[in-house]
Design a protein around this ligand. Structure first.
Ligand code: HPA
Ligand SMILES: [Zn+2]
Length: 354
């Protein structure tokens, strides 16, 4: 890459990733390797599962969120032991570090594992080990957020939330937040009001996927009914100027995932993601990879794709990174550390351009 290319600056920026499903970081190679080790039979009637290469090719032809989710849930059936979960998360943290991530708030889907008789403590043990290693060896701070699956009955999410081992992971601080993911259409946020009330009472951080494929009304109900502090995706916000102004005024962070939106056909190209509108109206957002192994890119690829589509100025990039740092759920001390790095990177970049 050309030395003066702004992509060099994008790599150096201290990034916070807020929207990455660890199960979505499962590469076809690791999936096949774990399936063989664990003697898991992958679907025989789907040609895509012939080889890691054919699977990767199929990932280029998703038709919708639900089409992707079918592969996502089959993929994770290869994850059985704590060391599998650790290997998966460690693979992600290494990519994240290479892309300049300093702080990662990572999602996982407990119900997708317990429903396969993989115990919650097994999942936690593996992910927690990788988080500790990322902190020690890569200097990345981490937060684990448990997402609940909106396509399952709300009573099941409440049952999971209230189970002793899940409550223990919240009490001891291993898991600090909750989220809401999976199929969006016809599963409105208000169905999960009791779950989010319980999470608020425990002092947990709260986010929810809304306005990815679903209507903009899901964004407002995630905020007002669920008391979500963040919105994951939220691109449909561009359809409602009143709500957009309200979200800008209250400083709610959207965790936008441009490559995901293209691959899942929420937009035709990155240039249709409302980045310019969000910037011009003061809507805060971070840029994220969502499911990097499925959507053809990690976080830096998302930054580069946004730059190629919108040509942000250096000061706009600085404000995107600042919003990501300030909207993180880490300590104020950690935010200050990252802000210092951000200022240094920008200063050195500007000096190198003179
Ligand atoms: O993009 C997504 N949307 C909803 N659920 C998900 N689970 C993994 N990725 C996604
Ligand atoms: Zn997501």
């Amino acid at each position: 890459m050309c030395k003066s290319s702004i992509h060099t600056l994008l790599k150096q920026l201290p990034k916070c990733e807020h929207h990455i499903h660890l199960e979505g970081a499962l590469s076809p190679q690791l999936l096949f390797q774990l399936a063989e080790k664990n003697t898991i039979t992958l679907p025989q009637d789907d040609e895509a599962f012939k080889t890691p290469e054919s699977l990767l090719e199929r990932y280029e032809r998703f038709t919708s969120l639900d089409d992707f989710l079918g592969y996502y849930y089959i993929g994770m059936s290869a994850l059985i032991t704590a060391s599998d979960f650790e290997a998966l998360a460690w693979d992600y943290f290494q990519h994240a570090s290479a892309d300049g991530v300093h702080h990662a708030e990572v999602f996982f889907d407990p119900q997708a594992h317990t429903s396969r008789n993989v115990a919650y403590p097994t999942v936690i043990q593996g992910f927690q080990a990788a988080c500790e290693r990322a902190e020690k060896e890569l200097g990345i701070t981490t937060i684990l957020t448990a997402c609940y699956l909106r396509h399952l009955p709300p009573a099941e999410s409440l049952e999971m939330f209230q189970s002793p081992e899940v409550q223990e992971s919240y009490r001891n601080g291993t898991v600090k937040g909750i989220g809401l993911d999976s199929s969006e259409m016809n599963f409105p946020p208000h169905l999960f009001e009791d779950l989010y009330r319980g999470a608020k009472e425990l002092g947990l951080r709260r986010t929810a996927h809304a306005g990815e494929e679903g209507p903009v009304s899901y964004i407002s109900s995630a905020l007002t009914i669920l008391n979500a502090e963040r919105i994951d995706h939220g691109i449909q916000l561009a359809q409602d100027d009143v709500l957009l102004k309200q979200i800008a005024d209250q400083g709610t962070l959207l965790t936008v995932c441009p490559l995901s939106n293209v691959v899942l056909r929420c937009v035709k190209s990155v240039s249709e993601v409302p980045i310019r509108k969000f910037l011009d109206h003061g809507v805060k957002f971070s840029l994220n990879s969502d499911d990097p192994a499925y959507f053809g890119g990690h976080i830096l690829d998302n930054y580069c794709a946004v730059h190629d589509a919108f040509e942000l100025s250096v000061s706009e990039w600085e404000s995107v990174c600042r919003a990501g740092i300030e909207g993180s759920w880490c300590s104020e001390e950690r935010k200050t550390e990252m802000l210092v790095v951000l200022e240094k990177v920008i200063r050195e970049w500007e000096e190198s351009q003179n």
